[in-house]
Design a protein around this ligand. Structure first.
Ligand SMILES: Cc1cc2nc3c(=O)[nH]c(=O)nc-3n(C[C@H](O)[C@H](O)[C@H](O)COP(=O)(O)OP(=O)(O)OC[C@H]3O[C@@H](n4cnc5c(N)ncnc54)[C@H](O)[C@@H]3O)c2cc1C
Length: 338
């Protein structure tokens, strides 16, 4: 097909959809909370969700640090948030937002629809980077974790390892030291890539064993009987570590490996020219406002402490500020028409 025909075909695919006051990209805790608040302001609220409502929170087996629930599954908490958002009047559209034109406040979805919004809240979460071990996915939740704050307490008084050399790894080390009996910090460079103060703070931690210039070659697991499940499962037991200076390999016994490599940069922000920091997180001010007027961001995508409580808090602020912004636009439009 030639280019002109292709463009015409694409244009035909794009159906004009109704306008929305608030477009919320992402149906995780941040997006659903924002939806509850915006809908309760009687604003037309549309949540776009690419995969699964509840975001990564829905994959958490047990959440034990969200206020009000001693223990709740991620699935159930997500379902409650979805039901509340819809009850308040929010509309959930299962589609991926592929493009955001900030000048026209126009969102284009994977199915080819275009949505015009008065304000946009980006709540797309963050994609944690994987280390690339062959059995990494199989051992997730069985010794391998991407969230020290979520899973750290499970390994109280045990030997654990953290891999990474930037802020996430540094903060995880400080968090886990004192909780765990011994913490190995494995990094493939000679020093951490953080500020001098933070590096000093990390290296001063009790029971820390820094393993710099080292690389994890293998995660060794063992079939172990899980009494609560009544079945055998592969559990992480050891790590095979290569010293890049001496070329020697050693094995260390650990109960957990925390992968703290940061996030994949956020593509939609790049397209809309929204300012991000070096890790790809969207930069916001105290109103959760990005560098672009009318576009707000909340939750893991802003690079703050990656927890449901934080996502909910940021979702509320973004909703209130974006809601006021949208209301002002509606008032001005109505005054203009009169
Ligand atoms: C295994 C695990 C266990 C955890 N346990 C806990 C815990 O016990 N306690 C706790 O407080 N926190 C926990 N967390 C962290 C918590 O889940 C996150 O901090 C929280 O979900 C962040 O919410 P969010 O809305 O910012 O992002 P997310 O939950 O990541 O949701 C973002 C949503 O946006 C959607 N999306 C992305 N791009 C697009 C697009 N272009 N168009 C449309 N939709 C899009 C995604 O599909 C996703 O559903 C855990 C995380 C994991 C992975």
């Amino acid at each position: 097909m030639n280019t002109v025909l292709y463009i015409e075909a694409q244009k035909r695919l794009i159906r004009m959809a109704p306008e929305t006051d608030l477009a919320i990209v992402g149906g995780g805790p941040a997006g659903l909370t924002a939806a509850i608040y915006c809908a309760r302001m009687k604003l037309k609220t549309t949540v776009f969700e690419a995969e699964k409502i509840g975001g990564v929170a829905s994959t958490a087996k047990l959440i034990e640090n969200y206020p009000g629930f001693k223990s709740i599954s991620g699935e159930e908490l997500s379902e409650r948030m979805r039901a509340q958002a819809e009850y308040c009047g929010a509309n959930i559209v299962f589609d991926t937002v592929n493009d955001l034109n900030p000048t026209e406040m126009l969102l284009t979805t994977a199915s080819g629809e275009q949505w015009k919004a008065k304000a946009v809240i980006i709540a797309t979460g963050s994609k944690r980077q994987r280390l690339g071990l062959s059995n990494e996915k199989d051992l997730e939740g069985q010794g391998i974790s991407y969230c020290a704050v979520c899973d750290g307490s499970i390994y109280g008084n045990k030997i654990v390892a953290i891999v990474g050399g930037e802020n996430t790894a540094a903060m995880d080390t400080i968090y886990l030291s004192g909780l765990a009996r011994k913490v190995y910090l494995i990094h493939n460079e000679p020093r951490l890539n953080v500020s001098k103060e933070l590096e000093e703070e990390v290296l001063a931690q009790r029971d820390l064993v820094p393993m710099f210039n080292c690389k994890i070659e293998e995660a060794i697991s063992k079939k172990t009987f899980n009494e609560s499940k009544g079945e055998y499962e592969e559990i992480l037991r050891k790590l095979k570590v290569l010293n890049l200076e001496t070329n020697e390999t050693s094995e260390i016994r650990v109960k957990a490996l925390f992968i703290a490599l940061g996030e994949d940069p956020f593509k939609l922000a790049k397209l809309a020219k929204i300012e991000t920091d070096v890790s790809g997180a969207i930069i916001v001010n105290q109103d959760q406002q990005t560098n672009i007027e009318g576009i707000f961001a909340a939750g893991d995508v802003t690079g703050n402490i990656k927890q449901i409580g934080t996502a909910v808090g940021e979702g509320i602020i973004a909703a209130m500020k974006a809601g006021f912004y949208a209301k002002k636009k509606i008032r001005k439009n109505t005054a203009g028409e009169a």
